[in-house]
Design a protein around this ligand. Structure first.
Ligand SMILES: NC(=O)C1=CN([C@@H]2O[C@H](COP(=O)(O)OP(=O)(O)OC[C@H]3O[C@@H](n4cnc5c(N)ncnc54)[C@H](O)[C@@H]3O)[C@@H](O)[C@H]2O)C=CC1
Ligand SMILES: N[C@@H](CC=O)C(=O)O
Ligand code: NA
Length: 436
């Protein structure tokens, strides 16, 4: 494990002292005795690297070596584990992790962007150099999502994996629904609470959650997923009227991801806002909470829920990985020996029922035009709703419909036809109705 294990001290080199990095330093201090008891050795922050050495971060960093260039932590002496908490799929974070693993040094990271994008290569690098790469904090913050899928369900054959994987989006959607406040206002609040990524567009455009889904799918199916082929949509298109319609129809809107392995080995995966029936457990995962769901051939359906973001939960997951290493527990990155990435099935192959909301000029014949677009694509309507709550001063009105079971290909055809209608204002919103 460690060049220093005989002294029963495990020495960390932490890169990045933001929300999570500071959380780790603080929690190691505040919960030192319990951590010592479980790890069987002392955990010490031996070195750090952050941008501004002079800034007061509210934690005691005295006596800790400071490295101006985080990449130096990969090879510096006196460090047993590199803890990468900078973030981002490229740049210093990637270079540091690659260099440390190549040097045979164990790495712990919370960086889902890096793992989703370069996971196949990093797994190979860790394997070839006998180094461990642990990443519990990368998916669903404090929820032990990685251990749940990779270890807890190791004997099962998983049929699907997914869940609500972005705390910022879930917080925004929940708060908008409950308070009627607007998107930008609630996003600023999520940022202030430390939930959002350095660039919050990563959260609201669905990429952060998609990164996490790619990691879960890789663990569930034993192979990294070709991330750039995944279907990803964010929550910017969701309007107040959608929350009204969803409630009226018995649903809640959630940014939801789901991955399934098809018989031909391809992965069907999406991350997008969906309607979920109000009475399901997943619909009640609210605020910053995340949930991971699985369906196993042998274990059946399961769900775990908890805080998916923030300093405390995320630092706790990082330190759990440190304790694993202290206990001598290091597994292959994806639970099996390194594999090449699996391709994703095209979006058009998805199927299900859908919700479609269109803002239209309120005039005779509009509904007939939309119905014609559905008819031409062979899509059958299950219900239609229009009410004045969402009416704008220019007499445009939102109209929402739900379909019977159909294919995504047919819905894409409907969207193209509707987008071309003169009576349609702005971009219609298409949400999958997901059965969970
Ligand atoms: N905030 C959260 O709730 C969660 C964050 N994560 C992940 O944890 C990682 C860190 O996230 P946060 O702490 O929230 O981000 P943050 O933006 O608060 O902290 C990152 C820190 O890294 C520093 N940094 C940037 N470039 C650097 C460089 N070249 N050398 C040294 N330091 C550098 C920044 O100055 C900043 O203080 C990211 O990968 C993020 O995706 C994962 C789960 C939850
Ligand atoms: N920005 C992320 C933080 C954790 O990964 C989120 O909001 O869930
Ligand atoms: Na986790």
């Amino acid at each position: 494990m460690s060049e220093n294990s005989e002294k029963r001290v495990l020495r960390l080199g932490i890169a990045g002292l933001g929300t999570v990095g500071v959380g780790v330093v603080q929690q190691l201090h505040e919960n030192r005795d319990a951590i010592y008891a479980r790890a069987g050795c002392a955990i010490e922050v031996a070195a750090v690297s952050a941008r501004d050495p002079g800034r007061n971060r509210g934690v005691d960093l005295s006596g800790i070596r400071w490295f101006a260039d985080a990449r130096s932590l990969a090879t510096a002496s006196g460090i047993d584990i590199v803890v990468e908490l900078i973030g981002g799929a490229e740049g210093v974070a990637r270079e540091l992790v690659e260099a440390a693993l190549s040097h045979g040094r164990d790495v712990i990271t919370a960086n889902k962007a890096l793992l989703a994008t370069h996971g196949a290569r990093l797994a190979r690098c860790a394997h070839d150099n006998g180094a461990a790469l642990l990443f519990e904090a990368s998916v669903a913050g404090g929820i032990p999502a990685i251990k749940f899928v990779r270890e807890g369900l190791a004997a099962d054959r998983l049929l699907r994996v997914g869940g609500i994987l972005n705390g910022t989006c879930n917080y925004i959607l929940t708060t908008m629904r409950d308070t009627g406040r607007d998107f930008a206002d609630v996003l600023a609040e999520a940022q202030a609470l430390g939930y959002a990524e350095a660039d919050p567009t990563t959260d609201v455009d669905g990429w952060d959650a998609a990164h996490k889904l790619a990691i879960l799918a890789a663990l569930a199916f034993g192979r990294p997923v070709a991330f750039d082929e995944m279907h990803v949509e964010g929550i910017r298109g969701v309007q107040a009227c959608d929350q009204h319609f969803a409630r009226e129809m018995g649903y809640r809107i959630k940014l939801l991801g789901m991955a399934r392995q098809l018989e031909d080995g391809r992965i069907e995966a999406f991350m997008r806002p969906c309607l979920i029936a109000q009475q399901t457990a997943l619909a009640h995962v609210e605020g910053v909470f995340n949930a991971v769901v699985t369906e196993g051939t042998f274990s059946g359906p399961m769900m775990i829920e908890g805080r998916g973001a923030g300093a405390g939960p995320t630092a706790s997951a990082v330190i759990a990985d440190v304790i694993d290493l202290a206990r001598g527990k290091a597994l292959p990155v994806w639970g099996v020996s390194p594999q090449s990435p699996a391709t994703c099935a095209p979006r058009a192959l998805l199927s299900g029922a859908y919700y479609l909301r269109v803002n239209v000029h309120d005039r005779p014949g509009v509904v007939a035009e939309i119905a014609a677009a559905l008819r031409d694509a062979g899509v059958s309507m299950r219900g239609l709703s229009q009410h004045d709550a969402g009416r704008a001063t220019d007499s445009t009105v939102p109209l929402a419909l739900v379909t019977h079971e159909t294919t995504e290909a047919s819905m894409m055809q409907v969207m193209t036809a509707i987008n071309g209608l003169a009576s349609v204002i702005g971009t219609p919103l298409l949400l999958k109705i997901e059965t969970v």
